[in-house]
Design a protein around this ligand. Structure first.
Ligand code: 13P
Ligand code: SF4
Length: 418
């Protein structure tokens, strides 16, 4: 199997950013932004964590040497450490993961290892925060590269959401209706900061992932007349539309505009208020790509992630979370052609794993998630060898004042699971 990293390094001009062929440490010091890849054009908040310089020995080491060192460190640490890898991680990292999965599965996986002293999360910052919220006291959660954030999660910050909430509650009040439903329930996508999960916990709200968004919205509508959904407008719109909520009752809230860019009537009538956030990886998929796939591959099955824009989801045959996509491919009994609209590392891995099918990414340009791609075996070797010496580097800690209400919102989600 040829990994995305090897493809990019052998033909950097064919990717969305030739700088992807450089080591991620090139972007750790003093560079504004998320680094090369799909979200490099998004604005990075000033308070986002920055990664310091990776020691030169890890920058210089070959992949073979790094793999050797990672294996040796893991063997020494044994059950004291567990390495979690998200589906969007590069293969060079995934090969060292004890668990591979989507954000929801990895949050659960972290809970199955209560005796591990350290959970090394090869994913992005909000996933490591979630693991810390759910971890046992004394366990440390480590993010190998602190620059591995998520530009979508960064599009909703706690101050803007609090401000929005104040404006909404001034309009709706706080009194329940005759059925006992409160005026509005906040729902945050897992891809959000711990502070927003805490906000939901404190305000009768809940967390969702792309695999349970419909169940969570049903939960919310049983308890509330409306929903404020953040940060991903597309997941919110696609899910609510599939549940029959009319588009005109889903205004968007732009935090930079008065009343989010709406008039009062629009807010009063709303069923779902969608935050103005999006994923730059999934925004790359277009209806034209779906049409081209259908023209060039008659009978193709097009499956996209619900973070894609609504027109793309409507043009596809199916939409579902990373786990849904994986299961759909695995369940196909006849050789099938699949055009997949999600992150390139996962699509290429599916293609290698299921050679009986033809599987390709809807986007012809190789363009990984900028921040997922910041995790490289060099950082993994660095944090693991530090653990062997008894040092915990890059620990992600959520303070109790945030973690306690965030856990409430996460537990509501786990209980709402069908
Ligand atoms: P999952 O929730 O499917 O793991 O997706 C995470 C993500 O970042 C999607 O862009
Ligand atoms: Fe965030 Fe999109 Fe990357 Fe997922 S794929 S981590 S939502 S930027």
């Amino acid at each position: 199997m040829t990994s995305v990293d090897t493809i990019i390094r052998s033909a950097p001009g064919e990717s969305c950013a030739p700088e992807l062929a450089q080591g991620p440490w090139t972007f750790d010091l003093g560079t504004p932004g998320y680094g090369p890849g799909a979200s490099m054009g998004d604005v990075i908040p000033t308070g986002s964590p920055r990664q310091g310089q990776l020691p030169a020995e890890y920058q210089r080491a070959s992949n073979d040497e790094l793999h050797e060192r990672i294996r040796a460190a893991k063997a020494t640490l044994g059950d004291r450490v567990v390495v979690l890898g998200h589906f969007y991680q590069r293969d060079e990292v995934v090969q060292h993961a004890d668990f591979l999965g989507d954000s929801f599965q990895l949050a659960n996986a972290a809970q199955t290892v209560p005796n591990a002293e350290a959970i090394v999360f090869c994913g992005v910052h909000f996933m490591a925060e979630t693991a810390d919220i759910l971890a046992q006291p004394g366990q440390s959660v480590i993010l190998p590269n602190l620059a591995a954030g998520c530009s979508m999660a960064d599009m909703a910050d706690i101050d803007s959401v609090e401000e929005c909430w104040e404006q909404l509650t001034a309009i709706y009040g706080t009194e329940p209706d005759a059925d006992g439903r409160v005026p509005i329930i906040p729902v945050t996508y897992m891809n959000s900061s711990a502070a927003l999960k805490g906000f939901c916990g404190r305000n009768g709200g809940i967390v969702c992932t792309s695999s349970n968004a419909a169940t969570v919205l049903e939960w919310a509508f049983e308890r509330g007349q409306r929903v404020l959904f953040f940060p991903d407008q597309h997941l919110g719109r696609n899910t609510a539309k599939a549940m029959g909520v009319p588009l005109e009752l889903m205004p968007m809230w732009n935090p930079n505009k008065p009343l989010g860019g709406n008039d009062r009537q629009g807010i009063e009538d709303a069923r779902v208020i969608l935050w103005h956030g999006f994923c730059s990886v999934h925004k790359r998929f277009t209806v034209a790509q779906v049409e081209q796939a259908r023209a060039e591959h008659p009978g193709v099955r097009v499956i996209v992630h619900p973070e894609c824009p609504m027109a793309v989801v409507d043009a596809a045959d199916e939409a579902g979370s990373t786990d849904y996509i994986r299961k759909a491919v695995a369940a196909a009994t006849e050789p099938t052609t699949f055009a997949i609209g999600t992150e390139i590392n996962m699509v290429n891995r599916l293609a290698a794993e299921f050679p009986q099918h033809e599987i390709f990414c809807l986007d012809p340009v190789v363009c990984p998630c900028s921040t997922m791609y910041r995790i490289h075996p060099g950082y993994l070797a660095w944090v693991l060898e530090a653990l062997v010496r008894g040092e915990v580097l890059n620990q992600i800690t959520v303070s109790d004042d945030v973690a306690v209400p965030a856990r409430v919102a996460l537990e509501r989600m786990l209980a709402a699971k069908p």
